[in-house]
Design a protein around this ligand. Structure first.
Ligand SMILES: Nc1ncnc2c1ncn2[C@@H]1O[C@H](COP(=O)(O)OP(=O)(O)OP(=O)(O)O)[C@@H](O)[C@H]1O
Ligand SMILES: [Mg+2]
Length: 313
């Protein structure tokens, strides 16, 4: 059951509502920059591409704080523009104070983009689908790797491993060449360079705070003009470097050759896998109700990641 202060989903009196697995998106009136969107980070959580019926109370706020911390840090490096205009709640006509306060802290007003349909993944360590692929082929997304690497080993240098942005179902790892044939090789070359630079800046920031950024995923898009047509202005969009889009590990507990304790959804995934092993779930929708201790353990991990990466002054 959703708890009182959890926000599972929204139905705001704004046009253009659409829902991702975690965010609700709405259209806002354009400003001088062009068309704008309101992104609301709900407390939904997905695992194995299934949205769980139980919200993780407070998660949307933690994600929003973390993403805005990273956007601010990345802006200091002026590598690429980003879509974030404000994390202040804009005026929304006709909503009551209760809804306003449950939205506060979980909204991002953004410049709308034509999103490049490629997930830009950077991997510094061998885990997840990269580890599976490496065991089968010795390479990840067409990048040859030295033989004999252990599970979760640090890679000799971070690699770019693009994936398709599936409209439904699982994203699929593809080679750089495949991605280039979909969206153009000049664009993919730019995205690879940006992805690896942002990853290395973020990984260094995290490591200094006792956190390993094992891998992460970015989305990029082209800003829209006043008529809603894509321009050539590339922006970093979506959430960035949150535990939903990244694997964060505790540096103090890290050792190659096994799974790592992580600050992300792995805790929930492990519980779900035990449900699967016991025959209580088959990895398809609907997901099972998540018990209170798993909700609490998940939110505690997200909180700890935020406190470590961006300690309150
Ligand atoms: N500036 C932007 N302009 C247009 N779309 C954006 C922008 N930033 C993010 N998005 C899109 O908003 C959605 C965010 O919602 P959420 O993270 O819940 O989706 P998701 O389930 O991860 O994504 P998907 O749509 O890939 O299933 C994503 O589809 C993302 O591509
Ligand atoms: Mg997303």
């Amino acid at each position: 059951m959703p708890t009182a202060d959890a926000l599972f989903e929204t139905r705001l009196p704004l046009p253009g509502r659409r829902q991702g697995k975690v965010r609700d998106l709405y259209e806002l009136s354009p400003d001088a920059h062009g068309p704008r969107l309101l992104l609301v980070a709900s407390d939904r959580i997905s695992a194995f591409d299934v949205v769980m019926p139980t919200p993780i109370a407070g998660k949307g706020r933690l994600l929003t704080q973390m993403a805005s911390g990273w956007f601010a840090l990345l802006r200091n490096h002026s590598m690429v523009r980003d879509h974030l205009l404000s994390t202040d709640l804009p005026f929304i006509p006709g909503i009551d104070d209760r809804l306003r306060s449950s939205l506060a802290g979980r909204t991002m007003v953004c410049r709308a983009a034509h999103v490049v349909p490629i997930e830009c993944v950077a991997r510094g360590y061998l885990t997840g689908s990269g580890w599976v692929e490496y065991q089968q082929s010795g390479s990840v997304c067409g990048v040859e790797l030295p033989s004999g690497l252990a599970q979760c080993a640090r890679l000799p240098s971070p690699i770019f491993s693009p994936a398709t942005k599936a409209v439904e179902g699982h994203d699929e790892n593809i080679s750089f060449e495949n991605a280039a044939s979909l969206v153009g090789s000049e664009l993919m070359t730019t995205l690879r360079e940006l992805t690896l630079r942002i990853y290395s800046i973020a990984a260094e920031h995290a490591l200094a705070r006792g956190v390993i950024l094992a891998d992460t995923k970015f989305e990029f898009g082209f800003a829209l003009d006043a008529a809603g047509a894509p321009t050539t202005e590339l922006m970093l969009v979506d959430e960035v470097l949150t535990p939903d889009s990244s694997r964060y590990w505790d540096r103090a507990q890290y050792a190659a050759g096994r799974e790592q304790a992580s600050f992300d959804k792995q805790f929930l995934r492990n519980w779900l896998l035990s449900m699967v092993a016991d025959g209580h779930w088959n990895k398809s929708a609907p997901g099972p109700d998540v018990p209170a201790e798993i909700v609490a353990g998940t939110v505690a991990r997200y909180e700890e990641a935020l406190e470590r990466l961006f300690p309150a002054p």
